[in-house]
Design a protein around this ligand. Structure first.
Ligand code: HT7
Ligand code: ZN
Length: 854
């Protein structure tokens, strides 16, 4: 496999100022005529090289004359050109209905749609398919009118008409130069939920959410989220929308969440469709976040795109940071931050400490699709957040203004972004840039001592960045650490919060005038994405969980207390639960706390996060330790859980921050009541399931029941299936919930579900719901007989033949073999070897499996 390296970047030899595309659409044989105006870029004699994948040219013309002096270099079409400007026309035929990879032009639910990021455009036509070639596109589509009554493309509609033979045509024009990965068309039988938005300069924009007619009633939330996003980007970043039309189309078969194609976003239907009966609060939140994310890309991604794919985090990290800010402003900032940090720890931290670790700006890749990772997206967002903290809000906004103004209409780099921040603020970010080039999660040790006689507290900090593949030695990073001290007796703040920038291997900070014994609150708000190792006692953690005035730090103290308890009991087998139980009781009984915060704070760390704290993961011991603490919490606080459950009460469903918080607490409380083994627990869960007027409560009850052996479990699963078997998105929940069960028979149940008539590998959502959820189930996946590993490998090999991208994204759990005992490690490696040696394996899977074995 060939590695593409960042240092090898060279500017494109030819530019393509304009592109005309004519599609004659047919699911089994679509003709594409591409007319490119090309201009030589610089002083060279190189031929024109156009990327292609899977197709052959039917004809090639240069300046209106057929030519045959072209050849292939691999899949690149090489055309010698004598002058500095030419018009090149190619014609190809492609088969969308045989496109199971879902890249390029493909069929989904009888409609046709495209996915071009990162390198899908080359599967549609020959083109320099790289993000730094920006072109103005005009598109004409011709299709059967009965089958494809709606024809959409990027930009603004220009004209449409009927043909005599039952076909019709439409022309669209996008005035903004864009890279090929932002190209999109859709043809289908779709209905629209229309809206409008008046921009800050008074322009009227038509908004449309396009779905199958039967789903129209589920699109209001997405449409509202779109208008809210447009207003938020104006208010927060001064960014206005630029076309007359903004369309979103939902499709069922999609490799990712959504795609920000200029003026024509295409979405996985799970991030559009919502009504109370079928979508959870989590789904509603995710829909708003993804709609916002794709909309925000119009500036951070489309108007300013990436010079090359090594700069992917330039658009993705910044856009995640922007969508996180948007979501935080819609509800509770604290709860949003807790959710984001939990997500980072669940997906990015393990990536950063495993064989697939890579810097936020990678140095090389074999298959770029493998680099749409939590590191690029979520760690990338943390980098922007740290710069915002270091600069302060005013300077940060000045930096983004400068960046947007200076690089508008160009393909830029991460360096351009950081340099804009530096120039606007006058703050030197030289060392900060290491965050872009060094992989690995820094570990920070923090120790606070107190000398009452000298009235002084001394904080000793030290950092270490662990080795990662290809990076054995690391330099110290800049860590912005928000710090505060509280008096252990009075609970009062002893100093105001301050931002300490640790930029060396270690530092000692003195706080004068401290009489009372101080308790350290550090990395408040998760100001730096690091692992903190502190010597704070269990009593101090419990104190912070009750008294810290930063909700995130309060949550964090509780998590740390739980983690230390669980790690100790997993390794010694002895359970000492009193401290956690008392701290949880205090939180539950605090009348001033938001129920949404309580729900987050009282939830135990996941089994995988507990495992991340240990050198060799023992999934069975971790399960026993966690289950034991859950049971003790359930039993000893049963009265409080029942109160919390009842408090969340019977108010009719409303998607409001208050409603969401109460529902969240309700299901967390129900899960603890189930854990208490109270005789009526399963009946209570079934009653919540049956009485629910919304999916959040119903799914919460199903999740509480699915790990139990009570008869109510099967009743609920059967009723759920009967009610929702015709709704693919809800059926995904049915598969997923069962794959997450901690019952002893989950491996067998999941194997049977993989043979269920409703299971298919051709739909990525369904594959992820069962296979992905199973691989994240620590107990079942890591069964000591290796059956979980074998199951995953069998399905990834099968999935790779259909959809390599989706298969490769599900492989990383096998790559964590170094963290397990010799027996499990050997079994995991054997499955990785089996995958790697499968004949015809995709480049995506070769890269993931070979790196995972290194
Ligand atoms: N920028 C989009 C990435 C994306 C994608 C990547 C690979 C394969 C399929 C894909 N679909 C969308 C999504 C985003 O970050 O907004
Ligand atoms: Zn994105």
């Amino acid at each position: 496999p060939v590695a593409i390296r960042r240092v090898d970047y060279t500017a494109p030899a030819w530019l393509v100022p304009t592109t005309r595309l004519e599609f004659t659409l047919d699911p089994s044989a679509t003709r594409v005529i591409a007319t490119l105006s090309v201009t030589r870029n610089g002083d060279h004699r190189d031929p024109l090289k156009l990327d292609g994948a899977g197709q052959r040219p039917l004809s090639i013309m240069v300046d209106g004359v057929a030519v045959n002096d072209w050849h292939f270099e691999g899949e690149q079409l090489v055309i010698p050109l004598s002058g500095d400007a030419h018009v090149v026309e190619t014609e190809v035929e492609i088969a969308p209905d045989r496109n199971t990879q879902l890249m390029g032009l493909y069929a989904s639910g009888g409609n046709l749609c495209t996915q071009c990021e990162a390198e899908g455009f080359r599967r549609i036509t020959y083109f320099p398919d790289r993000p730094d070639v920006l072109s103005r596109y005009s598109v004409r589509m011709t299709a059967d009118k009965a089958r494809f009554p709606v024809l959409l493309a990027n930009g603004d509609p220009v004209a449409q008409g009927d043909l005599a033979d039952g076909r019709h045509w439409a022309e669209w024009n996008d005035p903004f130069p864009k890279p090929s990965y932002l190209f999109a068309i859709v043809a289908g039988d779709l209905a629209v939920n229309s809206g409008s938005f008046t921009t800050m300069s008074g322009r009227e924009v038509s908004l449309g959410i396009w779905v199958r007619k039967a789903e129209l009633a589920k699109t209001d939330h997405a449409l509202e989220a779109l208008a809210l996003s447009m207003a938020w980007d104006e208010a927060t970043y001064g960014r206005e929308y630029d076309l007359d039309v903004f369309n979103i189309v939902a499709v069922d078969d999609f490799n990712f969440g959504a795609m920000e194609n200029k003026g024509l976003n295409i979405f996985n239907s799970r991030y559009i469709l919502a009504d109370p009966d079928t979508a959870t609060d989590y789904d509603y939140d995710a829909i708003a976040a993804v709609v916002a994310h794709e909309y925000f890309h119009n500036w951070s991604g489309n108007r300013i795109t990436c010079r090359d794919w090594f700069q992917l985090s330039l658009k993705e990290g910044f856009t995640v940071y922007r969508d996180q800010g948007f979501s935080a402003d819609q509800g509770s900032r604290a709860v949003k931050r807790i959710e984001d940090v939990r997500g980072l720890r669940a997906s990015q931290f393990p990536e950063d400490s495993g064989p697939l670790a890579h810097p936020v700006r990678p140095e090389s890749y074999q298959e770029i699709s493998n680099f749409y990772t939590a590191t690029i997206y979520n760690k990338g967002a943390e980098l922007i957040r740290m710069m915002a903290a270091i600069l302060g809000p005013k300077n940060f906004r000045a930096g983004t203004d400068l960046y947007f103004d200076r690089f508008d209409g160009t393909a830029a780099t991460c360096e351009d972004f950081v340099a804009s921040m530096e120039e606007a603020s006058g703050i030197d970010l030289t060392q900060f840039r290491l965050w872009y080039s060094q992989a690995g999660t820094p570990r920070l040790s923090a120790s606070l001592s107190h000398d009452p006689a000298a009235r002084r507290a001394t904080l000793t900090l030290a950092q270490h960045v662990p080795a990662t593949p290809g990076q054995p030695d690391k330099a110290p990073m800049v860590l912005p650490l928000a710090i505060k001290l509280f008096g252990a007796d009075t609970g009062t703040a002893l100093i105001d919060e301050r931002l300490v920038l640790l930029d060396g291997p270690g530092e000692t900070i003195r706080f004068e005038g401290i009489d009372e014994r101080p308790v350290l609150s550090i990395n408040r708000g998760f100001s730096a994405p690091v692992v903190v190792e502190s010597d704070r006692s269990a009593a101090d953690l419990a104190f912070l969980s009750a008294h810290d005035d930063d909700p995130f730090a309060r949550y964090e103290a509780m998590q740390q207390l739980m983690l230390e308890t669980l790690v100790a009991s997993a390794s010694t087998g002895r359970a000492e639960h009193d401290g956690v139980i008392a701290a949880v009781a205090r939180t539950l009984e605090d009348p001033d706390l938001d129920p949404a915060f309580i729900a987050e704070a009282v939830m135990l760390p996941s089994e995988s996060f507990i495992g991340d704290q240990t050198r060799i993961v023992d999934p069975d011991a971790i399960f026993r330790a966690r289950d034991g603490l859950r049971r003790d919490l359930g039993t000893q606080l049963e009265r409080q859980w029942r109160q919390a459950h009842a408090r969340a009460g019977s108010a009719p469903f409303a998607y409001t921050p208050e409603g969401k918080g109460l529902r969240r607490l309700r299901s967390v409380a129900l899960a603890y009541i189930m854990a208490s083994d109270a005789p009526d627990a399963a009946e209570l869960a079934l009653a919540q399931f049956e009485g629910a007027d919304n999916m959040t409560d119903r799914q919460g009850a199903l999740t509480a029941l699915v790990s139990s052996t009570a008869a109510q479990r099967d009743t609920a699963l059967d009723r759920f299936y009967a009610r929702y078997s015709s709704n693919p998105l809800v059926l995904d929940k049915w598969f997923q919930t069962q794959a997450q069960s901690s019952r002893d028979d989950t491996g067998t149940v999941v194997a049977a579900l993989a043979r269920h008539p409703d299971f298919t590998l051709t739909n990525p959502n369904r594959a992820r719901a069962l296979i992905g959820a199973f691989a994240a189930n620590q107990r079942a996946f890591h069964a000591i007989d290796g059956s979980g590993y074998r199951f995953l490998a069998d399905h990834l090999i099968a999935l790779d033949r259909l959809n390599p991208q989706t298969a490769a994204k599900l492989l990383p759990p096998l790559g964590r073999w170094r963290r397990f005992d010799a027996k499990r490690a050997g079994l995991m490696r054997a499955e990785l070897e089996r995958i790697l040696h499968t004949p015809g394996l995709s480049r995506d899977m070769v890269e993931q499996s070979s790196k995972s074995l290194e």
